[in-house]
Design a protein around this ligand. Structure first.
Ligand SMILES: [Zn+2]
Length: 304
């Protein structure tokens, strides 16, 4: 027997998993803030890690060996950064976790630290936290069901060698944009989420005006649903120039999650005081939960 009412009910049961595909995966994967902090401490233990240094090479080897067991396809994107002081060898690391939709979601951040003469700048938050975050995020993705390709990208050369400018900064992201433009990857990107300086104990993530309104709204909603709104600023004090901007300039739907208020008056930024004692596992946890929920939400949307 199949009365109209039963048919409607049956149809709604059959349609349910299609409408809410994220329900089935909600409890599967987790991001552990404590692990992200631990990975950040490991990165910091290599010392100053500017592009082209022996220390960043050691960190790169560590990142690759930590990524290997996760089962993604690791690509080493080597290039020469044309800096004001000459060419510097740089390498982006991209860990690709394939899906089936043909669309791509990128979660990215930088793993180099700024070279600051006469200062032991270890960049716990600036360069360290993004590297630690991405390692833990890749681990979470490796056990998650997803239909989109998820790329976890570690950029080299975010920092300027001299004064920050269009041509002296963001070497890795600018290089990857041109590479992905040439090989046809760029139009397949549904969203790019860039992470920077999110380890700060006193977490307040900027509402960056250079980021897409759609993604900013999604992040605000997710943060609210998780009870984490207090860590995300609602007001915007303008646009932030970070690794997402080369993607934005080429039409990629992008957001930068950065806490650019580090210490009183941002006084720990690019200073010797940017050390691991200024960070907390909780800040990594808040950011990880929001980014994971954002990626799942994007993944549940069938169109780009
Ligand atoms: Zn920096």
């Amino acid at each position: 027997m199949c009365t109209l009412r039963w048919r409607v009910l049956l149809q709604s049961i059959l349609v349910l998993p299609v409408l809410f595909p994220s329900v089935a995966v909600a409890a599967e994967s987790t991001f552990h803030g404590a692990n992200a902090l631990l990975e950040t401490k490991k990165a910091v233990a290599f010392g100053e890690r500017p592009s082209g240094s022996a220390a960043i090479e050691q960190l790169r080897a560590h990142i690759v060996s930590a990524l290997k067991p996760l089962g993604g396809k690791i690509e080493m994107d080597s290039f020469g950064g044309q800096t004001p002081t000459g060419p510097v060898p740089m390498v982006n690391i991209i860990d690709k976790f394939p899906g089936t939709s043909g669309n791509i979601v990128v979660v990215a951040g930088h793993y180099d630290t700024k070279k600051i003469p006469m200062m032991n700048f270890v960049g716990a938050n600036d360069g360290g936290s993004s590297a630690g975050f991405l390692l833990e995020f890749a681990r979470a993705v490796s056990s998650m069901k997803h239909q989109d390709d998820i790329y976890v990208a570690f950029f080299d050369g975010e920092e300027a060698v001299g004064e920050w400018s269009e041509t002296d900064s963001r070497y890795g992201s600018r290089h990857l944009v041109s590479k992905w433009l040439a090989d046809g990857t760029l139009p397949k990107i549904k969203a790019l989420v860039n992470i920077d300086m999110i380890g700060d104990k006193n977490l307040d993530i900027s509402n960056d005006a250079n980021s897409s309104p759609q993604l900013r709204q999604m992040v605000a909603k997710i943060a609210e649903s998780l009870g984490d709104s207090q860590y995300f600023k609602q007001d915007s004090r303008g646009g932030i120039d970070d690794d997402h901007v080369p993607f934005v300039a080429n039409g990629v739907n992008s957001i930068d999650l950065i806490d650019f208020d580090y210490g009183p008056g941002n006084s720990y930024w690019h200073q010797a005081s940017d050390t691991v004692d200024k960070l907390s596992a909780h800040s990594f946890q808040v950011t990880g939960d929001v980014v994971l929920a954002l990626v799942k939400k994007l993944d549940s949307e069938t169109t780009k």
